[in-house]
Ligand binder design. Structure first.
Ligand code: ADP
Ligand code: MG
Length: 509
C-alpha cells in the first residue's frame, strides 16, 4: 500500500493560489447564476407570450442550448473570435468566455425552472391584479413573479450548486479556477490524490456555505412562517372573529335599510349585445344590461347559465366575441394599458378572494393605488386603514392572508377593490366559498356598501340578499337574461316557469 501525504493535503487548505481560485469560482458562479436567473425569467415569460414568434423563439432557444454540451459551447465561445474578430476584446479572457458560455447554457435550464414557477402561480392571481387596473408588466412584477420565484427557489438554489461545479469545466480554456490550479500543482509533485482531496474539500465548503445561504433566503421568503409582531394583531383567528358576533353588526337576515334606487337615471354600466362562446358552447347569447348610479343589481340563475362570464366580460377579463361594454360612458376595450386604465373604474370581488398571499393585508390594499401612482404611500396607507375600518378589520393590517378566516379575507378583498374608488363593484358569488357561519359578515359589509350608495353587480345564490338588498334582479338562463325586474316582481310574480323551477330547486328565499 502506498503512502498518502496527509500533511501536504491539509497544507493545501491554506494555499493562497487555491483560495484565490476558490474566490474566482464563486465570482464566476454567482455572476452566471444571477445573469441566467434574470435572462431565464425573460425567456420563460416569452414562452408564455401571446405573440407567437416570441414564443417560438424562446422555445427554440431552450431546445438548442439544452441540447448542447457545455464543454462544446465553452470551447466554441472561447474560439469564436476566429470567426468574429470584433468579439476578441470581450472573449479573449477565459473568465468572460466562461461566463458567456455558462449563461447561454444555464439560461435555457433556468428558463424551464421559472416556467414551472410561473405555472404554479394560479391564473386567478394575475386576474385579480388585472382587475385592479394594473397593466401586464406590473402584474408580473408585483404579483406573479415574486410568487413564482418563491416556488422556483429550491430548484434555483440547486442550479446554483450545479453551476458552481460546472465552473471546473472552464479549466479547459485555462481559467485558473480550482481544478486547474490543482492540476498545475500535481503535475509538479505528482501528489495527485492529495491535491484532488484538497480541491474536493474546497468545493464541498463552497457548496455547503451557499446551501446554507439558500436555506436562509427560503426561510425569509416564506410568508407562511411569518408571525405578526406582538400586539393587537396576534389573537388567533377563531377568536378574532367570533362566530356569534358581539359588537360586529352582522344581521341574521339582511334587511332593506335604504330607499330603493330606481332602475333609471344615470347609467354607470351599459352592456349591449354581449355574445361569447367557448368553442362550440355559446355562453353569452346577446346580453343587454344597464346598471344605474347607486343601484344594486343581483344576477341569479342556474349553474352554467353564464353569470360568471357576464361579470368577467363587464371588466373585459373575458373579451366578448360581440357587443360592447361602457363604464361611465367610456367604451371598454383596447390594448393592455388602455384596458388597465378602464378597469380602474370597475372593482371586482372574486369567489375565492384571490388576495395576494405574499403581501400583507395593508399591502394588498395599497398595491394598485401605489403602482398606479394615484397617491403617495402615506395617503394610500391612510385610505387603506380607513377602508379596513369600514369592513371591520382595523386591527389586521399587518397580517398575511393565510392568517385570516375566509370571511375576513373576503372583506379585505372588498377593501382592496374599493381602494381604487371604482364606479361600480362586481361580485362573483362572494360568499359561495365560505363556511356558512362566515357568510353573514360578508353580506353585512355588502349591505353597508349598498346603503352608502355603492353601485354593485352581485352574482349570488343568497336569495335573501337578492330580495332584501338588491334594487334590480336579473335571472339568467342559457346565456340570456330571461327575466329582470324589481325583486318582488322577479321573486313573486314573474310567471316564468323556468324561474319557478329554479327557485324550487334551490329552496325558498
Ligand atoms: P355560471 O357562473 O352561471 O355558473 P359560467 O359563466 O361560469 O356560468 O359558465 C358558463 C358556461 O361556460 C359553462 O358551461 C362553463 O363550463 C363554460 N365556460 C366558462 N368559462 C370557460 C372557459 N374559460 N373555457 C371553456 N368553457 C368555459
Ligand atoms: Mg359562476
Amino acid at each position: 500500500m502506498g503512502s498518502f501525504d496527509w500533511h501536504y493535503a491539509l497544507g493545501l487548505l491554506a494555499d493562497a493560489d487555491l483560495w484565490r481560485a476558490a474566490l474566482l469560482v464563486v465570482e464566476l458562479a454567482v455572476a452566471a447564476w444571477v445573469l441566467s436567473t434574470a435572462l431565464g425569467l425573460l425567456v420563460a415569460l416569452a414562452q408564455q407570450s401571446r405573440l407567437r414568434p416570441l414564443r417560438l423563439l424562446a422555445s427554440a432557444y431552450v431546445w438548442f442550448f439544452r441540447s448542447l454540451p457545455l464543454l462544446v459551447l465553452l470551447i466554441f465561445v472561447y474560439n469564436s473570435p476566429q470567426l468574429f474578430p470584433d468579439l476578441r476584446p470581450l472573449l479573449s479572457s477565459p473568465f468572460t468566455a466562461g461566463l458567456v458560455a455558462l449563461v447561454l447554457s444555464e439560461t435555457a435550464y433556468i428558463a424551464e425552472i421559472h416556467r414551472g414557477g410561473l405555472l404554479a402561480v394560479g391564473k386567478e392571481q394575475g386576474e385579480a391584479a388585472q382587475a385592479l387596473g394594473i397593466p401586464y408588466a406590473g402584474v408580473q412584477r408585483h404579483v406573479v413573479v415574486p410568487q413564482a420565484f418563491r416556488v422556483a427557489l429550491p430548484a434555483l438554489g440547486n442550479e446554483f450548486i450545479s453551476i458552481l461545479k460546472l465552473t471546473s469545466l472552464v479549466s479547459s480554456i485555462s481559467l485558473a479556477e480550482l481544478l486547474l490550479v490543482g492540476q498545475r500543482l500535481y503535475t509538479q509533485n505528482f501528489l495527485v490524490l492529495e491535491t484532488l482531496l484538497a480541491v474536493a474539500v474546497y468545493y464541498v465548503m463552497l457548496v455547503t456555505a451557499f446551501d446554507r445561504l439558500r436555506a436562509l433566503l427560503e426561510h425569509r421568503l416564506d410568508v407562511r412562517r411569518r408571525r405578526t409582531k406582538a400586539g393587537a394583531d396576534t389573537a388567533p383567528k377563531s377568536v378574532a372573529v367570533p362566530a356569534a358576533p358581539q359588537g360586529e353588526a352582522v344581521p341574521a337576515a339582511p334587511v332593506r335599510t335604504r330607499p330603493r334606487t330606481p332602475h333609471e337615471g344615470e347609467v354607470v354600466v351599459r352592456a349591449r349585445g354581449l355574445r361569447k362562446s367557448f368553442g362550440p358552447v355559446t355562453v353569452l347569447d346577446g346580453v343587454d344590461l344597464d346598471v344605474h348610479r347607486g343601484e344594486v343589481v343581483a344576477v341569479i340563475g342556474p349553474s352554467g347559465s353564464g353569470k360568471t362570464t357576464l361579470v368577467r366580460t363587464l371588466n373585459h377579463l373575458e373579451q366578448p366575441d360581440q357587443g360592447s361594454v361602457e363604464i361611465d360612458g367610456r367604451l371598454m376595450g383596447g390594448k393592455d394599458r388602455e384596458l388597465a386604465a378602464q378597469r380602474r373604474h370597475v372593482g371586482m370581488v372574486f369567489q375565492r378572494f384571490n388576495l395576494f398571499p405574499h403581501r400583507t393585508v395593508l399591502q394588498n390594499i395599497t398595491l394598485a393605488p401605489l403602482q398606479q401612482r394615484l397617491s403617495g404611500r402615506a395617503d394610500a396607507e391612510r385610505r387603506a386603514r380607513e377602508l379596513l375600518g369600514k369592513v371591520g378589520l382595523d386591527s389586521h393590517a399587518h397580517k398575511y392572508p393565510h392568517q385570516l378566516s375566509g370571511g375576513q379575507q373576503q372583506r379585505v378583498a372588498i377593501a382592496r377593490a374599493l381602494a381604487m374608488n371604482p364606479s361600480v363593484l362586481l361580485f362573483d358569488e362572494p360568499t359561495s366559498a365560505l363556511d356558512p357561519e362566515l357568510v353573514g359578515e360578508v353580506l353585512s359589509v355588502m349591505s353597508d356598501l349598498a346603503a352608502d350608495g355603492t353601485t354593485m353587480v352581485v352574482v349570488t345564490h343568497e336569495m335573501r340578499f337578492a330580495r332584501e338588498v338588491a334594487d334590480w334582479v336579473v335571472f339568467m338562463n342559457h346565456g340570456r337574461i330571461l327575466v329582470q325586474g324589481p325583486p318582488e316582481t322577479v321573486f313573486d310574480h314573474s310567471g316564468e316557469p323556468r324561474l319557478e323551477r329554479f327557485f324550487a330547486a334551490i329552496g325558498p328565499a
